[in-house]
Ligand binder design. Structure first.
Ligand code: NAP
Length: 476
């Protein structure tokens, strides 16, 4: 199937419907590259109704068949790898080299789902551990929840959609997908792939349009059994307020800390932290934002980090050499420009970057910041990192943990005591040692504590959240 420039919705196995067209732009040039329809209430209703019907088909589908469909999807993404990567680079502004990595991760996510589809199982339960259970045999199975609404953000238009759709289908559910309005074209391609791979009509539906209307209709509908959402904490909060009684997974933001202990390999930290802070223009939920360096190594580390920052090539994301492309929108670049200016006027030093041209914001390092500055206290979601000296390791852990968020944190050290201390003190869903907070492979349990979210993704863990336990007790 060829991608069309004027896209439609995908409901019950057909490209159809849709209200007003919404333009989708190349984020570097600003050129309109496609349109997508704004779904009407009737479209959303039809998509949910189709998913309700298809949920029965999916629940009856044998595991080997679900696995084969997901494996076929992985192969079809591989066949269109370059087309996917260029679409991501154009619509999200992600440098092509990182867009290709995202496609490879998307393939890996579908491959893990194909494997996990065969391993979904329950357990026996020794009911006779209770006196009243004597004479009973017990076990539980995992049943698909039914209809899953998947709502995704702009920053990983393929792999974050894959992390919702692949486990949902692997567990035998039907899906209504609403991708970010900034980046719907990769989702259109993925839905084409899923149709070609043999997903039954209605088991994957694509509706596009503003989250404030289309998203709300989906979230409020009682036929939807689970919402899986990745995006901002603000929208996450609105969803929990509206959803009523359904399962919810939320993958939200972070102000990722990286702690540099005095025994760290400073060259390694500087290199990895620069990639972690600036790739996708820092618009990554795990993006390196707050770097705490032991004061004994603060000067040599900062020097190396500034050199790694200045080495970043900034420009058109479709250029093979470029590391950092535009932000998703000029208003986002202006927002972070304002935050940096505010920090500078309150005494922070802009040690590198601090420059904006249209939607492009240059990799920026701040020193001399205070914890109450927006660039430190709030999710920056931009290519801006602050380096802060600390006196002792406990002080660093305390500062790193002083945030309402709790997705992933990182510590660079070779000292095992520090590693165990970090595990105890840091209330984060993931602790990464000797790499930055951005480390993620697609089968590991992944998700946030505190305001960073609810539940876990990472195919098998997402499947657990996308199934209900059904207990069976048999009186012998
Ligand atoms: P966003 O503004 O929260 O949007 C995310 C999705 O929610 C979009 O599809 C959006 O639709 C939709 N939406 C908006 N309002 C809605 C509503 N009232 N009801 C239902 N859906 C609604 O987030 P974003 O700007 O795309 O992404 C950036 C955020 O995502 C950051 O905070 C980042 O940390 C977080 N994130 C977290 C993870 C993680 O794994 N923890 C990964 C990536 C990103 P429209 O596009 O139409 O507005």
């Amino acid at each position: 199937m060829k991608m069309k420039v004027e896209h439609k919705l995908f409901i019950d196995g057909r490209w159809t419907g849709g209200g007003e067209p919404i333009p989708v732009r190349n984020k570097y040039s600003g050129e309109v590259i496609a349109t997508i329809p704004s779904a009407t209430r009737g479209d959303v209703d039809a998509a949910i109704a189709a998913a309700v019907r298809a949920a029965r088909v999916m629940a009856e589908m044998p595991a080997h068949r679900r696995s084969a469909i997901l494996a076929a999807a992985a192969r079809l993404i591989q066949d269109r790898r370059e087309e996917f990567a260029r679409t991501i680079a154009a619509e999200a502004g992600k440098a092509l080299k990182y867009a290709r990595i995202e496609v490879d991760r998307g393939i890996s996510t579908f491959t893990f789902a194909a494997e996990e589809a065969k391993r979904l199982h329950g357990e026996t339960v020794p009911l006779d551990a209770a006196a009243a259970g004597e004479g009973y045999f017990g076990f539980f199975v995992r049943r698909p929840v039914g209809v899953i609404a998947a709502i995704s953000p702009f920053n990983f238009p393929l792999n974050l959609v894959a992390h919702k759709v692949a486990p949902a289908l692997a567990a035998g559910n039907a899906v209504v997908l609403k991708p970010a309005t900034w980046t719907p074209l990769t989702a259109v391609m993925l839905v084409e792939v899923l149709g070609d791979a043999g997903v039954p009509p209605g088991a994957i539906n694509l509706i596009t349009g503003p989250g404030s209307t289309v998203g709300n209709w989906l979230v409020e509908d009682d036929r939807v059994n689970k919402i899986t959402f990745t995006g901002s904490a603000e929208v996450g909060r609105q969803i929990t307020a509206r959803a009523g009684i359904k399962k919810i997974t939320l993958e939200l933001g972070n102000t990722s800390p990286v702690i540099v202990a005095p025994d760290a390999d400073l060259d390694l930290v500087a290199k990895r932290a620069a990639v972690g802070a600036y790739y996708n223009s820092g618009q990554v939920c795990l993006s390196v934002q707050r770097i705490f360096s032991d004061k004994a190594v603060y000067e040599p580390f900062t020097e190396r980090f500034l050199a790694a920052t200045s080495a970043m090539v900034v420009g058109d994301p479709l250029d093979e050499q470029v590391d950092v492309g535009p932000m998703i929108d000029v208003r986002e670049a202006e927002r972070i420009e304002g935050w940096v200016a505010e920090a500078a006027s309150a005494g922070a030093r802009v040690a590198a970057g601090g420059r904006r041209e249209g939607p492009v914001y240059w990799p920026t390092v701040l020193t001399g910041v205070r914890p109450d500055m927006k660039v430190v206290a709030q999710e920056a979601f931009a290519p801006v990192a602050s380096v802060m000296p600390y006196d002792d390791f406990e002080d660093a852990l305390r500062q790193a943990d002083a945030t309402p968020y709790g997705l992933q944190a990182s510590v660079f050290t070779k000292n095992i005591d520090r590693i165990f201390q970090a595990m105890r003190w840091l209330n984060f869903g993931g602790i990464i040692i000797n790499d930055t907070s951005t480390f993620r492979v697609d089968h590991m349990p992944y998700g946030g504590n505190r305001q960073s979210g609810l539940g876990r993704e990472g195919v098998r863990y997402a499947m657990e959240e996308m199934t209900n336990i059904q207990m069976v007790a048999i009186r012998k």
